[in-house]
Write a protein that binds this ligand. Structure first.
Ligand code: DSN
Length: 486
């Protein structure tokens, strides 16, 4: 069973709503109204395989365009620093309630604006709970403002002297897990665990050995380009053994957790001290973040605003409530299972046609293709596929010979096209088209006789033929069918 957002709304009503909205917008700045319309056309016409993107329902999207956007609401439900937050309280409480119920979590904080914000909230909550609180207790005070200057200087040094162990970037980890281009890399001394060079799979013994040696405050799990499940029960055992706090970033696979595809040891919520996520991606909600926590971290997480967040976005919290309510419906589990099944079909379609996948396959929503077998860099593969109407993104693979810019991989995800109603047959056809394009792309020579990492030529007519084939697939599974802006 596939469940597209298109099946869950009344097309005539949504068309009226959007036509009216565009008329109102167009009366002020017609170019913006035109760009909004064009974006729908472009999304309808592209074969979107970006693993982190999806299509939210009209109910989610419409919830974001209203006067909640105008309200400031620093603080928490019932405890705001501004008057007049009664309706914001309603939607924030609803979003948190739905999140707790959806994920079986004791506590949910729905204010983060994005995934990086959710991670920062989590990291500061761990620092507050594990480093600051004991320092305040030792000094016999309740608040940092009550510390002597000398104690405060000591605490600041202690806060800046903590360690995080996370998955390496080329194994599929994320920049916000302690890497230098992100502020988390400046907050923590970071070390990484990778994957087994032979299999590409996480090696839990190696993670344990590294954790014993490095003794991190935070053991970070989660990924943006690892195509397999992670055993969070084992990660928690490792964290407990070395006295670390387990933080799991489930942004990519939250939809599979919500839809009960990832359960037991593979569901992070019962095992992690703190779980962070985005609400879009496989969860199919609005752009935003949220945090789930065990009770001992709840108060510290609640201080996310003003610790690291600006005023919450009430219109987005309202949309989170709508999206979480959608994800609590039984049909969302069908959608999530289809996302995973489709990833299997895509993986089998690719390997059956000679492509090499990192880890040899998938058991989540994404596959990572090593394109060096086609004689291409990730950048060439990404561009060649785009020429042919297939939207992907290049990604490093473990021990990538082409570095983080050109890379040697492309990452493909199934959440968006599954929302359009694609099933196994469509993903097998998609695999065929991808292999055709990659096989028909040839890197060009550089002036000095080398091989370009960026430029390539496509076989005659290949882009046009592939575009025609993708158009056929997309026409059979229209995005938001019946939604008519004209
Ligand atoms: N940008 C997201 C992704 O594509 O995975 C993660 O931050």
């Amino acid at each position: 069973m596939t469940v597209a957002p298109s099946t869950s709304f009344d097309a005539a009503t949504a068309s009226t709503a959007y036509r009216s909205a565009l008329e109102v917008i167009g009366a002020v700045e017609p170019r913006v109204a035109a760009a909004i319309s064009q974006e729908l056309t472009d999304q309808r016409e592209s074969l979107k395989l970006i693993a982190s993107e999806n299509y939210a329902s009209p109910a989610v999207l419409l919830t974001m365009g209203n006067w909640f956007s105008d309200k400031y609401a620093e603080g928490t439900v019932g405890h705001r620093f501004y008057a007049g937050c009664q309706n914001v309280d309603t939607v924030e409480a609803l979003a948190a309630e739905h999140a707790r119920e959806l994920f079986g979590a004791p506590y949910a904080y729905v204010q983060p604006h994005s995934g990086i914000d959710a991670n920062l909230v989590a990291f500061w909550a761990v620092l507050a709970q594990r480093v600051e609180a004991p320092a305040l207790a030792a000094a016999g005070v309740r608040h940092v403002n009550d510390l002597t200057d000398a104690d405060w200087a000591t605490l600041r040094r202690a806060l800046g002297d903590q360690r995080m162990l996370g998955m390496s970037l080329d194994a599929g980890g994320h920049l916000t897990h302690g890497f230098r281009p992100n502020i988390s890399g400046k907050m923590f001394e970071q070390s990484s665990y990778g994957t087994d060079p032979a299999t590409g799979l996480l090696d839990y013994d190696a993670v344990r050995a590294r954790a014993r040696e490095f003794k991190p405050l935070i053991l970070m799990a989660g990924y943006s380009a690892y195509p397999r499940r992670v055993n969070f029960a084992t990660m928690r055992e490792i964290a407990d053994e070395v006295g670390a706090t387990l933080v799991v970033d489930m942004a990519h696979f939250a939809g599979l957790v919500a839809g009960k595809v990832l359960t037991g040891d593979f569901d992070p919520v019962p095992h992690a001290h703190v779980v962070t996520s985005t609400s879009h991606k496989s969860l199919r909600g609005p752009r935003g973040g949220f945090v789930l926590a065990q009770p001992e971290f709840a108060d510290a997480v609640d201080r996310g605003c003003p610790m690291v967040l600006g005023g919450p976005l009430p219109h987005v919290m309202a949309a989170k409530a709508v999206a979480f309510a959608e994800a609590r419906r039984p049909e969302f589990a069908g959608y999530a299972q289809q996302v995973a099944d489709n990833a299997q079909s895509l993986a089998e379609g690719l390997t059956g046609r000679g492509a090499r996948l990192v880890t040899g396959g998938t058991d989540n929503h994404l596959v990572l293709v090593d394109v060096t077998g086609f004689g291409l860099t990730g950048r060439q593969a990404e561009s060649a596929l785009l020429d042919a109407g297939i939207v992907t993104n290049r990604n490093a693979i473990p021990a990538d010979p082409n570095g983080a810019w050109y890379t040697s991989g492309i990452r493909l995800g199934t959440p968006a096209l599954t929302s359009r109603g694609f099933g196994a047959a469509e993903f097998d056809r998609t695999a065929e088209l991808i292999v055709d394009v990659l096989s028909g792309a040839t890197p060009t020579a550089t002036r000095d006789g080398g091989v370009s990492q960026a430029k390539y030529v496509l076989a005659d007519g290949l882009a046009e033929r592939t575009r025609a084939a993708t158009a056929e697939l997309l026409a059979a599974h229209p995005l938001y069918p019946g939604l008519d802006l004209a």
